[in-house]
Design a protein around this ligand. Sequence first.
Ligand code: PLP
Length: 369
Amino acid sequence: MIYLDNGATSFHKPPQVRRAVLRAMDRCANPGRGGYGAAMEAAKTVLRCRERAGVLFDCEPEQVVLTSNCTHGLNIAIRTLVKPGSRVVISGFEHNAVTRPLYGLGARVTVAGRKLFDWEDTLSEFEKALKAGAEAAVFTHVSNVFGYILPVEEMAALCRQRGIPFIVDAAQSAGALPVSLKKLGADFIAMPGHKGLLGPQGTGLLLCGKLPEPLLLGGTGSESVRQDMPDFTPDRAEAGTLNVPGIAGLEAGMAWLQRMGIERIGKRERQVAEKCAGELKNMGMQVYWGPHQGGTVSFRPGCDCEEGARMLAEQGIAVRAGLHCAPLAHESAGTLDTGTVRISFGHDADFSRIPVLLRAVSKLPVPEL
Ligand code: PLP
C-alpha cells in the first residue's frame, strides 16, 4: 500500500516509536501516583515528553498539557476562552473540531477570509472581523483539506494588538512547520500527537499560554486534599491516568523529528506535493493548488470523489475523499457539494511514489470543463 493519508494520521511511523511504546508497557506504572521504581519510571517518561515538546514548540515543560488528540485540546482551549454568546472570529478553513465546540457552546461565530491561498484576503477579512468586536479568535495553521498555510504570525499579531485571546489549531502543521508558543503569543495551541509528530493514536498536546479550565475533573496525584482542580498547569487539565505508553511513543516520534529536522521534512512534503499537483493538472484533473501550500493536495476527478478514492484503494493507494470533517473549508472553496479527493504527504514523502500514484489516478475519468 502507498499511504497518502497523513492528514488523518501518520502511518509507518519510525520503529523507535513502537519500541518506546513497548518499553513503557514493560516498565511503567502510574506516573505521579507512587515513589517506587515503576511509578518513577513513568513520571520520568512523561516529563521527557513535556521537555521534548517544550524544546520543539518553544515553551516551558509545565505549559504542555498531554491530551488524547487535537480535538481534546481544542475543547479545553475553547471552553476556557468562550462562553455562551461570546463573539468568536474563525477562519474560513476550520475543522469540525473547532466549529462544533463553538456551536455547542452557543458562541456567535464570524467566519472571516474564505479565499483559498490568498493571504491578503485572509488578513484583511480577519482584521475587519476583529475590529467589529470579538471576545476570542480561533484559527487553523494549515487547512486539512487544501493544505493552505494561513498567515498565522500576522493573524496572531492582529489579535495581540487588540488584546483578543486566541487559539491556534496546529493539527496539520506540528511536525511540518515551525510552531512557537512564545513567538505567536497564543493563549493556546492544540495539536495531535498522532499526525506529524509521529506518536501513537490517542495522543495530543495542548500548549498553554494561560491557565486552562479543566474539561474533566478528577485525580491528578497532586493537591489531593482539595476538591477543586489544582490551579496550575499541567495538572489542572490532566485528570485521570495518562496514556503513558502513548506518551512514550510520542516522545520517541518527536525525538526522531528533532534529529531529522522539522523544516527539512516539511520542505520535502511540500516539494513532493507540488510535483504531484502539477502532474495531476497535466492529466486534466481539477487541482486546488496555490501559493502558501503545504504537503496536502486536493483534486476532483470526473467521477464521484468517494468512488474515485475507492478505485485508488483497489490499486493500493490510500487517500481520503469527501468533506474531511471540514464542511466550512469546502464551503469556502465551493466544493461542499462534491467534496474532493485529498492526497496528504507525511514524514516519508518520496518523489518515487508519484509515478505509481499517477498510474492509478489515470484510470479515473477527468472532469469536463
Ligand atoms: N483540526 C484539524 C485542522 C484537523 O485536520 C484535525 C484532524 O484531522 C483535527 C483538528 C482533529 O484532530 P484529532 O483527530 O487528533 O482530534
